[in-house]
Write a protein that binds this ligand. Structure first.
Ligand code: PBG
Length: 331
């Protein structure tokens, strides 16, 4: 028979039953892979829906603590905090960013006191506090690097003092990781980790997030002079190498789904803890299509998260975290 050779190989044999598929499965997703980003706002007992992110809400501190309890109960190891800042607190110099009693720092303290076993990650960038909506300080229309780094260091130190476990510099200024690491060491915060947004691209996928933190109205222009060009991959390797050299403990690629090639390359090249951020626009696209009945939202959610693991990520920042964890726990 001419096809005998071909029939020795029937890859479908191991796909025949769930037991066999389980045996040959290369990648798994667990609740421990998830970091849950939440949005904060002032007030009490507030759960304020974010229109462009159906199912995601801005939470007052009492409800943020409840989210941390939920994370603990679901087996999610970490929360990441993003404050919606009162427009009246936004200034040219972004002073609210290093106010020890700003919303984000109060939330860190409240969560660490109530649920110390859940790791708290922060965002280190000036955009929620900046009258211009930029991640760095703007002088004469330019996002100035070194003055921004000095401000970011002050911000990072206050977050460390409040009890943050993971600092997440998302600002893409040059030299910020080294400056933060040195300042943390000097101040005795030797155990505080840094997850650098090392390869962060200037992306259209951040749109809904800017609504969520109230930065879209403020933002003038775009972020292309500091965030990376989506066309570049070699440059991402240089950014990762630099941030590791400057003292980052973990690195991140952002956005996620359109940048899985970068994730794979980072893991293969550096073999360091690598994370991806499945950002607001990715979440919104899946939710919108699901709400229209065009895709099976739950299936696509789980498939998208597994894809990050397959691409080499150790974990994923995702707004789906609690829903995905509930499904994983039920399985
Ligand atoms: C700001 C910041 C952004 C996100 C996280 N931190 C937006 C931006 O860079 O404009 C995006 C997260 C998301 O879209 O879900 N420093």
């Amino acid at each position: 028979m001419t096809h005998a050779q071909f029939l020795r190989q029937r890859p479908r044999r191991v796909r025949r039953t769930e037991a066999l598929r389980g045996l040959v499965r290369e990648t798994t997703l667990t609740t421990q892979d998830l970091i849950w980003p939440i949005f904060l706002r002032d007030g009490e007992d507030v759960v304020e829906p974010i229109v462009s992110m159906p199912g995601v809400n801005r939470l007052s501190l009492d409800n943020a603590v409840k989210a941390a309890e939920q994370a603990r109960d679901l087996g999610i190891p970490a929360l990441c905090l993003f404050p919606y800042t009162d427009p009246a607190l936004k200034t040219q110099n972004c002073e609210e960013a290093w106010n020890p009693a700003n919303l984000s720092n109060r939330a860190i303290r409240a969560i660490k006191e109530a649920v110390p076993e859940v790791a708290v990650m922060t965002d280190v960038a000036l955009d929620p506090y900046n009258i211009n909506g930029h991640d760095g300080i703007v002088r004469d229309g330019e996002i100035v690097n070194d003055e921004s780094v000095a401000a970011l260091v002050k911000m990072a130190l206050e977050q460390a003092k409040a009890g943050a476990d993971i600092l997440g510099p998302s600002d893409m200024m040059d030299g910020r990781i080294a400056a933060m690491r040195d300042a943390l060491e000097d101040a005795g915060h030797t155990h505080v980790t840094i997850m650098s947004y090392a390869a962060k691209y200037a992306s259209g996928f951040y749109g809904p997030f800017r609504d969520a933190v109230g930065a879209s109205g403020a933002l003038k222009g775009d972020k292309k002079t500091y965030q990376m060009d989506p066309a570049n991959s070699d440059e991402a390797m240089r950014m990762i190498a630099r941030d590791l050299d400057e003292g980052a403990d973990m690195v991140m690629v952002k956005p996620g789904m359109a940048y899985l090639d970068i994730c794979r390359r980072v893991q293969d090249t550096f073999e360091v803890p690598t994370f991806a951020y499945q950002v607001s626009g990715e979440y919104a696209m899946i939710e919108a299509a699901a709400q229209n009945g065009w895709i099976n939202g739950e299936a696509v959610m789980m498939e998208s998260l597994l894809a990050f693991k397959r691409a080499g990520c150790n974990g994923i920042l995702t707004y789906f975290a609690p829903r995905a964890a509930a499904i994983l726990n039920a399985a």
